[in-house]
Design a protein around this ligand. Sequence first.
Ligand code: MEV
Length: 306
Amino acid sequence: MTAIGLGKIILLGEHAVVYGFPALAAALDRGVAIAAVPTPAGGSLRIDIPAWNLKVTATDDHPVARSLLAIVDSLGLGRPTVSLVGDAQIPPGAGLGSSAALAVAVSRALLTHAKRKLDAREITAAASASEALMHGKPSGVDVALAIAGGIGVFRKTTGLRSFASPTLRVLVGPSGAPRTTSAMVERVAEATASSADDPRLRALGGLTDTGTTALLAKDLVGLGAAMNRAHDLLSELGVSTEQLDSLCEAARVSGAYGAKLTGAGGGGAVIAIAPREREQAVLTEWKNVGVTGFVATVGGGAGTAA
Ligand code: MEV
């Protein structure tokens, strides 16, 4: 049986969410799928995801090996002689929640293999242990979306509040530039002296509220404006790059309502929302600079916004 962990996009509120502010985030309709099969002839726990060129044994000196051990320890599974065979429909290290999607899929696959029930709290704890190794001090938003799917507002204190929203079409542009979440979180800590009183963090948190209200009212112009403002603030905090700025600008010039980096920044992906008839123009502009974007449909259950 295959276990899934979903990728995500943060529509508004990344980085501010680390300081307790709300983030509006949505799961993608794709992620990481893992099947746990007994290792022939025994041997160590291992993982093989050909789509990411990833082949690691738990005893290797490799971040994914440490993450696997953190997961089995958190789940109290000892050292299972299992091969985790996977497929991934999101790129790794692109700001789309690939590491949380992987940790959730692995946790679910191992629990299923051990004939244990899939308890959301146990999976959250195991995937969070893995994320802490990968990213330092994660807010938990990626893990929450990888498990729950859907769309919602996440706060560190209250977790994910999912809701029915109009279906939203989001253009996603993985820049291809690698980034490190922990380094970007550290950069914001330096820029703000780690203070939740920093006006830019407060403004980012406020934009989550503005943007959520706009989304629920199917006001894509308002949502786009909030995204543009959020990108400028993230840029002021030092987590954008020239490439991300120009991908966002290309989207706006092509008629998008709004565009911003998504996730930690410093590379990774941009997102944009655009009138349906301008979507192709945005994707073509990105393609012209070597970025193959895609359309993700997020939210749902309350009509269509785009
Ligand atoms: C990463 O997807 C989002 C950040 O806000 C970090 C986090 O929330 O853990 C940059």
